[in-house]
Design a protein around this ligand. Structure first.
Ligand SMILES: CC(=O)N[C@H]1[C@@H](OP(=O)(O)OP(=O)(O)OC[C@H]2O[C@@H](n3ccc(=O)[nH]c3=O)[C@H](O)[C@@H]2O)O[C@H](CO)[C@@H](O)[C@@H]1O
Ligand SMILES: C=C(OP(=O)(O)O)C(=O)O
Length: 418
C-alpha cells in the first residue's frame, strides 16, 4: 500500500496548477447517461474516484474514452441498469446514477452506499424526492430498486436538509421529467451551478441554480455536450492552507477565486495577504506565522466542511486558540487523534475541536482515515520537525491529483513510497 514520506522543509514557495473539481466532475460524468449523444468533458482530474465512475459507466454499457484530462461518454447503448455494491462501496457518489438512469430508462438498481468514516450519510432525501416525482422505490438486501411507468412527473420538492448530492440527483432526474420541478432548500454549491450549466448546454431548462430554489422545466430528450469542469476549490484551499501553515507563499493557477470566499476570508484573518485575478489566487504570509481562526462549517456559501480538517492542522501551528465546529457530518474529526500523535494540542468537545496553537509538531507515522483528514496530516507533516509517514493514502488519491508532485513543485520534500 502506498504511503507518503514528508520531511518538514520550511516555507512553501512557487506556483501550482489547480485541477478540475472532483465534486463537479462526478455528477457531470453521470449526466452523460441522460443522452444518446456523446458528451465530452475536459479538465477532468486524474483521480481514483474518476476511474471508479468510468468503470461504473462502462459496466452500465456506456462507451468511455479517456485521454489526459478529457473524457468522452457515449451512453447510446446502455445494457445494464445496476450499480453494484463492489463499485458503490468505494465511492458514495455512485448514488448519482440513480436519478439519470431512472429518468432516461424508467428503472435503476443501485447498491445502498452505507455509512463511511465521516458519518452515516443516508440517502432518504434522494429517495423521497424521486418518489414525489412518481417513482416506486424499494430497498431490499442492500439495494435500492426504483421504477417508473412512463416518464417521471415534475413535482414541488422541499428538502428538509441541504444536500448537495440529493440536489444533483433530483436535478438530473427532473431535466427529463414531464412538467416542472421545483427544488426548495436546494444546495447552492458551485458544483451545482456547474452541473446546471452543463445540463442547459445539453438542452435542459434549469434556472435558479446557485440559489436555494431551483426550477426545472422537463424536456423530452437532451443533446450531447462539450463541457469544461470547474476548478477544484477544495484542492485550491488545501494548497493555500499548506502555504499559510509553513509561513510561505503560493500562486494557484487555473483556480476559481469566486468559489472560495469563505476560505479566503479565514486565511486573511489568519494573517495571509491574498491577491486574486480572474483565474488565480496568490497567498503570501510575508515571513509571518499564522494566527488561529474560529471556523464553523455550513452549506455553501458558508465555510466548507471539506476544508475543516486542513484548518485544524493550520490552527495547531498558529498562535492563539481556534475553535473549529463541524455542523455537517457527525464524525469528521478522525484527523484529531493522528494530529495529537504529532504533538498537536487539541481538545474535542462535542462537535468542536478546540485547537491550542503554537505546537511544535514532530514527525510521526500517522494513518489517513478519510480524504480531507489525509490532507490535514500532509499539511502537518510539511510543518513538523523530522519525518512524517502518512499511511493509507488511497483516501488521498480519491481526491487529490498527484499531490506529491504538485507539493514538490512548490518546495516540499515529499515522496510516494511503496
Ligand atoms: C461527491 C460530493 O460532491 N461530495 C460532497 C457532497 O457530499 P454529499 O452530497 O454526500 O453530502 P450532502 O450534502 O448530501 O450531506 C449533507 C448532510 O445531509 C445529510 N443527508 C444527505 C442526504 C440525505 O438524503 N439525507 C441526509 O440526511 C448527510 O448525512 C449530511 O449530514 O457534499 C458534502 C457536503 O458539502 C461534501 O462534504 C462532499 O465532499
Ligand atoms: C467527503 C468528500 O467526498 P465524498 O462525498 O466523495 O466522500 C470530500 O470530497 O471531502
Amino acid at each position: 500500500m502506498d504511503k507518503l514520506l514528508i520531511k518538514g522543509n520550511g516555507p512553501l514557495s512557487g506556483s501550482v496548477r489547480i485541477s478540475g473539481a472532483k465534486n463537479a466532475a462526478l455528477p457531470l460524468l453521470m449526466a452523460g447517461l441522460l443522452t444518446d449523444q456523446p458528451c465530452i468533458f475536459t479538465n477532468v482530474p486524474a483521480l481514483r474516484d474518476i476511474k471508479t465512475t468510468l468503470a461504473l459507466l462502462e459496466q452500465l454499457g456506456a462507451r468511455v474514452s479517456h485521454t489526459e484530462d478529457t473524457v468522452s461518454i457515449d451512453a447510446s447503448e446502455i445494457t445494464n441498469l445496476i450499480a453494484p455494491y463492489e463499485l458503490v462501496k468505494t465511492m458514495r457518489a455512485s448514488i448519482l446514477v440513480l436519478g439519470p438512469l431512472l429518468a432516461k430508462f424508467g428503472r435503476a438498481q443501485v447498491s445502498l452506499p452505507g455509512g463511511c468514516a465521516i458519518g452515516a450519510r443516508p440517502v432518504n432525501l434522494h429517495l423521497s424526492g424521486l418518489e414525489q416525482m412518481g417513482a416506486k422505490i424499494e430497498v431490499d438486501a442492500g439495494y435500492i430498486t426504483a421504477e417508473v411507468e412512463g416518464r417521471l412527473q415534475g413535482a414541488n420538492i422541499f428538502m428538509d436538509m441541504v444536500s448537495v448530492g440529493a440536489t444533483e440527483n433530483l436535478m438530473m432526474a427532473a431535466v427529463l421529467a414531464e412538467g416542472t420541478t421545483i427544488l426548495e432548500n436546494a444546495a447552492r454549491e458551485p458544483e451545482i451551478v456547474d452541473l446546471a450549466n452543463c445540463l442547459n448546454s445539453m438542452g435542459a431548462n434549469v434556472s435558479g441554480a446557485g440559489t436555494d430554489k431551483i426550477q426545472i422545466q422537463g424536456v423530452a430528450s437532451l443533446n450531447g455536450c462539450h463541457h469544461r469542469v470547474l476548478p477544484d476549490r477544495i484542492e485550491t484551499g488545501t494548497f493555500l492552507v499548506a502555504a499559510a501553515a509553513t509561513g510561505g507563499q503560493i500562486r494557484c493557477e487555473q483556480a476559481a477565486p469566486d468559489t472560495l470566499e469563505a476560505v479566503l476570508s479565514k486565511l486573511k484573518e489568519a494573517g495571509a495577504t491574498i491577491t486574486v485575478g480572474d483565474d488565480w489566487i496568490e497567498l503570501d504570509m510575508q515571513g509571518k506565522s499564522p494566527k488561529s481562526v474560529n471556523i464553523k462549517t455550513a452549506p455553501h456559501p458558508g465555510f466548507p466542511t471539506d476544508m475543516q480538517a486542513q484548518f485544524v492542522a493550520l490552527n495547531c501551528v498558529a498562535s492563539g486558540t481556534g475553535v473549529v465546529t463541524e455542523t455537517i457530518f457527525e464524525n469528521r474529526f478522525m484527523h484529531v487523534p493522528e494530529l495529537q500523535r504529532m504533538g498537536a494540542k487539541i481538545d474535542l468537545e462535542a462537535n468542536s475541536a478546540v485547537c491550542r496553537g503554537g505546537s511544535k509538531l514532530k514527525g510521526a507515522q500517522v494513518m489517513a482515515t478519510d480524504l480531507r483528514a489525509s490532507a490535514s496530516l500532509v499539511i502537518a507533516g510539511l510543518v513538523a520537525k523530522g519525518e512524517t509517514l502518512v499511511d493509507r493514502i488511497y483516501h488521498l488519491d480519491r481526491g487529490y491529483e498527484k499531490i506529491e508532485v504538485k507539493l514538490g513543485g512548490v518546495g516540499a520534500k515529499i515522496e510516494r513510497v511503496k
